[in-house]
Design a protein around this ligand. Structure first.
Ligand code: BGC
Length: 348
């Protein structure tokens, strides 16, 4: 079968290869790929800056934002042929650390966790893949291709849960939310903010195109300025750019008692000294900066609920480009108006 593979650590090594059928050891559920979303992490892996191949192999099958159709449930209860499923990305470390032991693999403490398509486990960019029944998330049929948005939604579901958990440390009635970055993570974070009944603002660089329009359609406010030029201080900032100067502005602009949640760590700027510069004000204003990565089963469940409550016509606009597996290079190259690009293997 065909798969998009990469040699981690080697820029430009991605190729569409013939690979063996997925090994039974990868899980009893056999799945036909429908689509796989492309995100910044994939681009970093393809650029040789991130990613690890499985032990004993020098190549890694790419892709962690999956959507597939069950071919053979392999004895899994609750799954039947034709069901749409998405594969959970992370697996607990083998020790396991206390957090992995209680199913919080997203909070793994020893870094020995593994991740499909990212760290030591093959991903989902292959015509067929296998998964363990307990890591297969069934997706409502009504979502169709939009089920491919489930994985990025889990990341923001966890981020929101972190913000709420931190907020409970004191009396807290947050009203104004700022999301920095109107990419898929930012727009989904804004969606979840609206679903919580909050006043949502989204900041990005562009002034035209789909992003400002999608923010308006959500009933949120779009800004193309810096966080310190908004004219108000957000109670919550969900930072979705990973860009040093944007993070720095966010930390300096959050309201007293406010929380900044970092969801991305890109390579787009210097972050050195950022927290040190703001340290005095962080203390005097009781601010918290919380990092958030990955998601556990509870977040996968919450993310499915959020997607089902969303306006499908709005969600559909997030998928701005679909490319065939043979055109994977085009899928990995950013174009100006891209939001979520998917590699499409088959129809849902
Ligand atoms: C994925 C997460 C993963 C993280 C770090 C993100 O792109 O969505 O599942 O934990 O990268 O590898």
């Amino acid at each position: 079968m065909k798969a998009i593979t990469v040699q981690p650590g080697h820029a430009g090594s991605a190729s569409l290869d013939d690979v063996p059928e997925p090994a039974l050891g990868e899980g009893s559920v056999l799945v036909e790929a429908i689509a796989v979303g492309v995100c910044g992490t994939d681009v970093e892996i393809v650029d040789g800056k991130y990613g690890w191949s499985p032990p004993g192999s020098d190549r890694l099958v790419l892709g962690h934002e999956s959507l597939g159709k069950v071919v053979d449930p392999g004895g899994a209860t609750g799954l039947k042929p034709g069901d749409l499923i998405v594969g959970i990305v992370r697996r607990p470390d083998p020790v396991p650390c206390p957090n992995c032991a209680v199913g919080e693999w997203d909070m793994c403490r020893n870094g020995q966790y593994t991740e499909r398509g990212i760290k030591e486990l093959h991903g989902f960019m292959s015509e067929r893949w296998r998964i363990e029944p307990e890591y297969a998330m069934k997706v409502d049929r009504s979502l169709g291709l939009l089920g491919v948005l489930l994985e990025p939604t889990t990341v923001v579901a966890k981020a929101w849960e972190q913000v709420t958990a931190v907020g409970q440390r004191a009396f807290w009635e947050p009203r104004h939310v700022l999301v920095t970055g109107a990419g898929p993570i930012g727009l989904l974070a804004a969606l979840l903010g609206k679903q919580r009944g909050l006043d949502v603002h989204v900041l990005d660089r562009v002034t035209t195109g789909a992003k400002p329009e999608l923010v308006r359609q959500l009933g949120a406010t779009y800004h193309a300025c810096r966080a310190n030029e908004l004219g108000f201080q957000p109670d919550i900032i969900i930072e979705c750019t990973g860009v040093g100067p944007v993070i720095s502005d966010a930390v300096k602009s959050v309201a007293a008692g406010g929380i900044v949640c970092l969801t991305g760590v890109g390579t787009g700027g210097r972050t050195t000294g950022m927290v040190a510069d703001a340290a005095a004000s962080l203390v005097l204003r009781n601010n918290v900066i919380v990092g958030s990565v990955n998601a556990n089963k509870r977040h996968w469940y919450k993310a499915s609920e959020s997607l089902l409550r969303a306006d499908m016509a709005w969600l559909a606009q997030l998928v701005t480009r679909r490319e065939r597996p043979e055109d994977f290079r085009r899928a990995l190259a950013r174009q100006a108006d891209d939001i979520k690009v998917v590699v499409q293997f088959a129809n849902p």
